[in-house]
Design a protein around this ligand. Structure first.
Ligand code: GCW
Length: 700
């Protein structure tokens, strides 16, 4: 018996969810005044049932929730604040959950909180109705938890419809137009709300000619998507082309300081908000891989971002301005240019110049979503700027949803990284922002004259969803989508526990699920490290086939203009990014990392070749030599891929046969591909170095 109390469109969504669940599981929708086992109520609803009223009457505890985390300089592990008497200041999305005297109660100040509270109850399942549980306040660590879709309306001749998409076509666009039937989009919004995501951008950051029109004459299509996702608390953002004033407005320039350009953006943005009042804002990839930007006019990226921030501000919108700016036409013979340095070199000097509603969106690593990269130094370099950290849920460089690669462990490492060492804030805290973080930076004597921002830029990720029947191509890649949303809400969550949650929500309860759960943990918990073992070694990156980026090609990028090199020769391998003898990139980190990475004695093995060029006989911290490590990890990684397949084969019968078959087919490809990686990488380094495998295994 479930009672829902409150008004407003999102409360109606909660009512509809409850009605549906009651119909399915033989429950009852209670009417006000009826007895209920589950009460979901807005704190403003009257009269509240006694259990809810009791909760509300307890004294508020101001120290609960995300605020705790921000104050201590870490958002990790924060957002679920423990509290007795937890109600108070729950905000737009927070809620309190308790079980008192046999009644489960969710209270929220605002409708979205009720929706998130409902999904929490769903996650708990039967546990939600067990023993009494003390009241706990739950608020998201990040205000904005966003997925970027790299979807095109048209099918691009090389990239397909979804750039770096491995799950079929777009769920938003079909046959050169908006998908007429938005059932799928609504289902997607529901899925996302259950993970905690509250924002999406609906088109590729590479804004091609057709897609540019979404801003103007095709805006109705964007509005239709916004209507479909709004009932689940999700706001729509749009990627725009910086040269739109020329392409769409007929102006002669897109100079961000030109008055006509500003007027065009202002008028265009006014129309956007007249059509979509809760529009989230713009996403911009400028001066990057051929996209136009402010450099053409001798202006800075702050000039460009502030132009758009300025026209969005009256409506409460934000611009996500990407920091992925580098020279993609460099000369491989020029050893002084280092792509890893580029974002910092362009953006760090601009700290403090961006408007409050301009969010600088930084990829988590300095290169490009490699299997292993250090954390981008930009994240620590702009304390007076709102920063969003960008992750890649779509598996461009991590197996393209043909390989099992559960990414939550990687994201946890990124979010938990502390740029100033153990006493400083972690990446999650910097993305969460908050005055406390800025203050703690200032206290530590670090550059922070920004005075404290209201909040950080949050977490953004490139979506892995398409119109595939399992949403993500590889059914197990759904776990990445789920984990992203949950980590954006509570950055400190444990990846293994998150996988449990996903399994619990995805597969029907029973003994089969127990067995399946064990199998999935064996297959997935360590799958990122397995993938790392059989691909590019020791953080050196790439070695993928140019263009589509799938499969091995050790020298594929070595003599190209893209700036992604490994510099292997007969003596050694790796990129010298030290201050002493290399590109100086290590100097972009604060202490202690600038020293840790600089020195061969302290540089972590997994990043050794990212920071140093070393001889094949160099001895790692692990005690192995570089060359032997390459052989050992590649044999082991391919072997582990085969083990993973074996585990799945034994699980036949525990899941729906079609799903089992889909995963099996992907695993066959993973095993084949892992062997190909193993053999090419091992053969390559054997031929370069002439050093035989210490264990005499077969190298081709
Ligand atoms: O390196 C790249 C991807 C591109 C992508 C780009 C980006 C959307 O290979 O496909 O373009 O990153 O992040 O902008």
């Amino acid at each position: 018996r479930t009672l829902v109390l409150g008004d407003g469109p999102l409360v109606e969504t909660v009512r509809a969810e409850v009605a549906q669940a009651c119909a399915r599981y033989d429950g009852t929708v209670a009417a006000p005044g009826d007895e209920a086992d589950l009460v979901l109520a807005l704190t403003t609803a009257t009269p509240l049932p006694p259990a809810a009223q009791a909760l509300l009457d307890e004294p508020a505890d101001a120290a609960s929730g995300a605020a705790t985390g921000a104050a201590s300089g870490t958002a990790s592990g924060a957002a679920s604040g423990a509290a007795s008497g937890a109600v108070g200041g729950l905000g737009d999305e927070g809620y309190v959950l308790a079980r008192l005297g046999g009644v489960t109660v969710v209270l929220a100040d605002a409708p979205a909180g009720l929706l998130y509270g409902l999904f929490h109850v769903v996650r708990l399942g039967e546990q939600a109705f067990g023993a009494d549980r003390p009241a706990r306040a739950h608020r998201p660590a990040m205000r904005r938890r966003m997925l970027d879709h790299w979807d095109n309306i048209d099918v691009h001749p090389v990239m397909g419809q979804v750039e770096r998409g491995y799950s079929g076509g777009s769920i938003f666009w079909r046959d050169g137009a908006a998908a007429g039937d938005l059932t799928r989009v609504r289902a997607y919004a529901r899925l996302l709300a259950a993970t905690g995501v509250n924002a999406i951008s609906v088109n590729n950051v590479n804004v091609h000619a057709t897609e540019a029109h979404l801003l103007t004459d095709r805006l109705g299509d964007v509005a239709a998507i916004a209507d479909a996702v709004r009932p689940y608390g999700i706001r729509v953002h749009l990627s725009v082309n910086f040269a739109s004033p020329i392409a769409l407005g007929g102006l002669a320039t897109a100079d961000p300081l030109d008055e006509d350009v500003r007027a065009w953006w202002a008028a265009t943005t006014e129309r956007v908000y007249a059509t979509i009042p809760d529009f989230g804002g713009y996403v911009v990839k400028a001066d990057s891989e051929g996209q136009p930007g402010p450099f053409a006019y001798g202006r800075t990226h702050a000039d460009g971002a502030n132009l758009l921030a300025g026209v969005l501000a009256p409506y409460g919108g934000v611009v996500h301005w990407r920091a992925f700016v580098y020279n993609h036409r460099q000369d491989w013979r020029d050893r002084s240019t280092d792509r890893a340095r580029a974002a910092f070199d362009h953006f760090a000097p601009l700290d403090g110049q961006f408007h409050d509603n301009a969010i600088v969106q930084v990829k988590h690593g300095p290169l490009d979503f490699q299997t292993r990269e250090p954390v981008s130094p930009v994240i620590a370099a702009m304390p007076a700027t709102r920063l969003a950290v960008e992750l890649q849920v779509t598996q461009e460089y991590t197996g393209q949803q043909r390989h099992v690669c559960y990414l939550a462990p990687m994201w946890r490492e990124v979010l938990g990284f502390r740029p100033w060492g153990q006493d400083g804030p972690d990446v999650a805290a910097l993305a969460t922002g908050g005055q406390a973080v800025s203050r703690s930076l200032a206290d530590g004597g670090r550059p922070a004259d920004g005075g404290g921002l209201a909040d950080g830029g949050g977490l953004v990720a490139v979506s892995n969803v398409g119109d595939d029947r399992y949403w993500t191509g590889h059914p197990l890649a759904q776990a990445n989508l789920y984990a992203f949303g949950r980590l954006a809400w509570v950055p400190g969550l444990d990846p293994t526990a998150l996988l449990d949650e996903w399994i619990g929500l995805t597969f029907a309860a029973g003994p089969d699920r127990e067995a399946l759960g064990r199998t999935l943990h064996e297959m997935m918990d360590g799958s990122w490290r397995t993938y790392e073992r059989y691909t590019a070694p020791l953080g050196v990156g790439f070695m993928v086939r140019p263009g589509h980026h799938y499969g091995p090609d050790v020298d594929g990028y070595e003599y190209t203009p893209w700036g992604t090199y490994h510099f292997a020769d007969r003596d050694g391998v790796g990129v010298d990014r030290t201050r002493a003898t290399g590109t100086g990139y290590t100097g972009q980190y604060p202490q202690p990392w600038s020293e840790v990475y600089e020195s061969l004695d302290t540089c972590p093995d997994e990043l050794l070749l990212f920071f140093h060029h070393v001889p094949y006989g160099h001895v790692l911290q692990s005690g192995s030599t570089v060359i032997q490590h390459i052989y050992d990890t590649h044999f082991a990684g391919a072997e582990q891929a085969a083990q993973t397949r074996l585990r799945w084969e034994k699980a036949e019968g525990l899941v729906d046969p079609a799903l089992w078959a889909r995963v099996k087919e992907r695993l066959d490809e993973q095993v084949r591909s892992a062997e190909e990686w193993r053999d090419q990488v091992n053969a390559y380094f054997f031929r370069k170095s002439g050093v035989p495998d210490a264990h005499g295994r077969r190298i081709h």
